[in-house]
Ligand binder design. Structure first.
Ligand code: AMP
Ligand code: TRP
Length: 324
C-alpha cells in the first residue's frame, strides 16, 4: 500500500488556504492510504519565535487537524520534535547535499533576502523536510504547489543516498496536488498566507468570516453592480468552487455574467456554503480545546507509532553507512 507523509508548520492558525490546499486532501486520503501527518515544530524554529507561542500553536495545530477530520484511528498524527530520528537523518542527508542546490531554493532566497543574518537552519530546512518524508519511506506527499521544489530536492536526496549506499533503498517521493492547489488571499493579489495578513482562519466565527469576505477583492473590472462580471478572474468564484455545491457554482457563474447578482449577494451565498463545512469543524475544535490532556495523549500515541518506524529506518541507515 502506498504511504503518505505530509507536514504543516505550527507557525499560525490553520487557514482556508492550507485547509483547501493540503489538509482536506489528507483527510480524504487517510481512508485509502497509510497516512503519517506531522506538525513540524523543528521547521518552525528556523524563523524567530517565542517558546510560549510555539508551545501554544503546536497544540492548536494538533487540535485544528483533529477537528478538520484527521482521525488518529486511521492516520498517525504527531509532533516532529517528539521523534528525534528526523534530525538524525537530516544530519546524514546534510553530508550528501550540495550547498548550491539549497541556495537555489526559491523559498530560501525569499526568506534569506529579508534577513541581515541568515541561520544555517534556514538553508538546511529542505534537508530536514527530505528526512521527514524518507524516514518513513513515504512515496506520496500531498502538498500545495509551493512545496514542489522542496519535493524535487527530496527526490534528489533519495537518489544520491541510494547511489552511495543501498540501491533502491529510499523511494523517490512524488507530490500529490489538489484541485485547489493555490488559494489566493482575500486581496486577490498573492497566495493566501499568514505572513501577508490575507487569510480566513479555519476556526474563525461566522461574523468574523463575513467581515473579511465583505471587502474581499472580486473581478476588478466589475465596478458597478450593473456591470457583468467574469467569474473566471474572481477569487470569490474560486472559493465557491471549493465550498459550494456544483449546482450553486453554476448558478453563481450565470448570475455574475448577467449582473443578476451584485458581488455582495454572491458573497452571502459563499458565506452560507462555508458555514455548512466549517461549523462542524469549529464545534469539534471547541470540544477538543476543553480536553487538552486527551489531545496530548493522542499526539503522544502518534509519536510512539511514528518512532517505531523511524527507528527501524535509522538502524538500517546506520548499518549501511558504517555507523553501527
Ligand atoms: P504551511 O502552512 O506553509 O506549513 O503549509 C501547509 C500546507 O498547506 C502545504 O502543503 C502548503 O503547500 C499548503 N498551502 C499553504 N498555503 C496555501 C495556499 N494559499 N493555497 C494552497 N495551499 C497552501
Ligand atoms: N515545508 C512544508 C511547508 O511549509 C512543511 C513540511 C515540513 C512538509 N516537512 C514536510 C511538507 C514533509 C510535506 C512533507 O508547508
Amino acid at each position: 500500500m502506498p504511504r503518505i507523509f505530509s507536514g504543516i508548520q505550527p507557525s499560525g492558525e490553520l487557514h482556508i488556504g492550507n485547509y483547501l490546499g493540503a489538509v482536506k486532501n489528507w483527510v480524504e486520503l487517510q481512508h485509502e492510504f497509510e497516512s503519517i501527518i506531522c506538525v513540524v515544530d523543528y521547521h518552525a524554529i528556523t524563523g524567530t519565535y517565542e517558546p510560549a507561542d510555539l508551545r501554544r500553536r503546536t497544540m492548536e495545530m494538533g487540535i485544528s487537524l483533529l477537528a478538520a477530520g484527521i482521525d488518529p484511528a486511521k492516520a498517525v498524527l504527531f509532533v516532529q520534535s517528539r521523534v528525534p530520528e528526523h534530525t538524525e537523518l537530516a544530519w546524514i542527508f546534510n553530508t550528501i547535499t550540495p550547498v548550491g542546490e539549497l541556495e537555489r531554493q526559491t523559498q530560501y532566497k525569499e526568506k534569506a533576502g529579508r534577513l541581515e543574518s541568515v541561520p544555517a537552519g534556514l538553508l538546511n530546512y529542505p534537508v530536514l523536510q527530505a528526512a521527514d518524508i524518507l524516514i518513513y519511506k513515504a512515496d506520496t506527499v500531498p502538498v500545495g504547489e509551493d512545496q514542489l521544489q522542496h519535493l524535487e530536492l527530496s527526490r534528489d536526496t533519495a537518489r544520491r543516498w541510494n547511489a552511495k549506499f543501498v540501491e533502491g533503498y529510499f523511494p523517490e517521493p512524488q507530490a500529490k496536488l489538489t484541485q485547489t492547489r493555490r488559494i489566493m488571499g482575500l486581496d486577490g493579489q498573492a497566495k493566501m498566507s499568514k505572513s501577508l495578513g490575507n487569510t480566513i482562519g479555519l476556526l474563525e466565527p461566522p461574523a468574523a468570516v463575513w467581515e473579511k469576505l465583505r471587502p474581499a477583492m472580486t473581478d476588478p473590472a466589475r465596478v458597478r453592480k450593473t456591470d457583468p462580471g467574469n467569474p473566471d478572474v474572481c477569487n470569490i468564484y474560486q472559493l465557491h468552487k471549493a465550498f459550494s455545491t456544483p449546482g450553486t457554482v453554476d448558478h453563481v457563474a450565470v448570475q455574475c455574467r448577467s449582473a443578476g447578482w451584485g458581488c455582495i449577494d454572491c458573497k452571502k451565498v459563499l458565506h452560507a456554503s462555508m458555514e455548512q463545512e466549517l461549523a462542524p469543524i469549529r464545534e469539534r475544535a471547541a470540544a477538543l480545546q476543553a480536553e487538552p490532556n486527551k489531545v496530548r495523549e493522542l499526539l503522544d500515541d502518534g509519536a510512539q507509532r511514528a518512532r517505531r518506524i523511524a527507528s527501524g529506518t535509522m538502524s538500517e541507515v546506520r548499518q549501511a553507512m558504517g555507523l553501527d
